[in-house]
Design a protein around this ligand. Structure first.
Ligand SMILES: NC(=O)c1ccc[n+]([C@@H]2O[C@H](COP(=O)([O-])OP(=O)(O)OC[C@H]3O[C@@H](n4cnc5c(N)ncnc54)[C@H](O)[C@@H]3O)[C@@H](O)[C@H]2O)c1
Length: 239
């Protein structure tokens, strides 16, 4: 029960990494609110509630935060996990596609922190985990907007950590390597094999392997950890 009595808001929790986080947090005793675009295909278990949230819309954030505060009186944990992967190099990326990727991956976590931090400040305690990527730190060809957005999440997290350290709020980023989720299943086998071949462990990560890292940073066990970046990538960044 590593999250006993904690209230956690997890974005993009219907599937993939977010879903593993949702299920693990509930198992560890948290009351979990999932903010996603629709109801999940697979129903959630006990202590998990689904609320509609488009992370790009400020009015959605205002509503979900108000609803959670009214119901539970606080938010202890925010996991900004919702994200999309677009795979266009700079010269082939339309402004529309660029704006959409930045809106979900970068503006989403910004709006989440903007509206959840004041609730955490009232309790003088909170843990934020923002999901970046290995592509938030190092380059690879293609996926220009994805790289830009994930790099922004990495440094924005450090900014939040330093700005709100005096309020008892911690902010850390998690950087998954290639992880077996619907997002990755939607990419070509050729591309996925290329990333796996560059991964020292020579396999994809499992969503639960990400969820355990996120659980640590969200829990009080990480009480001296803020502004950190945790790579869960089969050794990819060690090369
Ligand atoms: N899977 C990987 O290999 C990998 C690697 C590095 C980083 N990541 C990051 O991990 C996070 C989760 O990825 P995943 O692979 O589980 O993705 P996924 O596509 O399987 O799931 C993403 C979830 O986010 C939700 N979502 C998308 N847009 C949204 C919006 N505007 N508002 C609310 N919810 C929205 C989707 O409905 C879905 O439930 C993402 O931020 C992704 O960029 C994934």
């Amino acid at each position: 029960m590593r999250l006993e009595n904690k209230v956690a808001l997890i974005t993009g929790g219907n599937q993939g990494i977010g879903r593993a986080v949702v299920d693990l947090f509930a198992k560890e005793g948290a009351k979990v609110v999932v903010g996603d675009l629709a109801e999940p295909k697979e129903k959630f278990g006990a202590n998990i509630e689904s609320m509609r949230l488009d992370v790009t819309k400020e009015s959605d954030w205002q509503k979900i935060v108000k609803d959670i505060e009214e119901k539970y009186g606080r938010i202890d944990i925010l996991v900004n996990n919702a994200g999309i992967l677009t795979y266009e190099p700079i010269t082939e990326c339309s402004l529309e596609s660029w704006n959409r990727t930045i809106a979900v991956n970068q503006t989403g976590p910004f709006l989440g922190m903007k509206h959840v931090i004041p609730v955490m400040q009232k309790n003088r305690k909170g843990a934020i985990v923002n999901i970046s990527s290995i592509w938030g730190t190092i380059g690879a060809p293609g996926a220009a907007a994805y790289h830009a957005s994930k790099g922004a999440v990495r440094t924005m997290t450090k900014n939040a950590a330093l700005t709100y350290v005096g309020d008892g709020i911690r902010a850390n980023s998690v950087h998954p390597g290639i992880t077996h989720t619907p997002m990755v299943d939607a990419q070509s086998e050729e591309l996925n094999n290329l990333v796996v071949s560059g991964t020292p462990m020579k396999r994809m990560g499992k969503p639960i392997e990400l969820a355990y890292a996120i659980l640590y940073l969200a829990s009080d066990e990480a009480s001296y950890t803020t502004g950190a970046e945790l790579y869960v990538d089969g050794g990819f960044l060690a090369i």
